[in-house]
Write a protein that binds this ligand. Sequence first.
Ligand code: ADP
Ligand code: MG
Length: 210
Amino acid sequence: MEAAASGAEQRIRSAGFFARKSLDDFDFDVQSSLRSPIAQLASGSYLHEARNIVLLGPPGTGKTHLATGLGIAAAQQGHRVLFASASDWVTRLGEAHGRGELAQELARLRRYPLLVIDEVGYLPFEPDAASLFFQLVSSRYEHASLILTSNLPFSGWGTVFGDQVVAAAMIDRIVHHAEVLALKGASYRLRGREQETLPSVALAAESEQG
Ligand code: ADP
Ligand code: MG
C-alpha cells in the first residue's frame, strides 16, 4: 500500500501541475451543473476509452483547478500524467521538431494516458505552432486522453490557430469522443472583493445609494 501511495506521489510530482489543487478543494456550489459530470469523470473511466475533456469558460472560473484535480485523480489511479500550458506544449514539440525527433516525441507522449493542455487561447499561435498542435491532437486521437482548457468558445479557436481549416479539423478530433463542460459566472479570484477592489463597481454602488 505504501508503494502504491509513493507511486502516486511520484506521478503527481512529475506531472508538472502549476499548483496542487484537488477536486475535494473545489466548491461545486458555484458550478453546480458540473458536480455530477466531474464526479463521474473522477472515476477515470474516460481514460480507458481515450476520451477527452474540454473545460470552457471565462478566466477565474476554475478550469485549471478542475483540470489539475482530474489529473491528480488520474495519477492516484495509476496513470501517468503530464500538465503544461498550450504554449509550453508547442515549445516542447517545436524543440523536438527542431531536433528532427517530432515523431519519436509524439510516440513517447502517447505512452501517457493523460496530457493536460491548459490555456488554449490566451496566446495566438504561429502557423508552425498550429501545425504542431494539430499533430499532437491527431496522434492522440482514439489512443489516449487529453484535457484541454480554454477561455474561448470553439468558434474563437480559428483565430488562435491562425487557420480556420486546421482549427476545425482539430476540434473535430477533440470533440468526437469528449465531454465538453462549460464553466460559468464571475471569477472566483475576485469573489467577495468586487466592492472593495473594482472602482467601477464601487462607484455604481455609491450612486445607487445616493
Ligand atoms: P481558470 O483556470 O478558469 O482561469 P482557476 O482554476 O485558475 O481559473 O481558478 C482561479 C482560482 O480560484 C484558483 O486559485 C482556484 O483554485 C480558485 N477557484 C476557482 N473556482 C473555484 C471553486 N469553485 N472552488 C474553489 N476554488 C476555486
Ligand atoms: Mg487557468
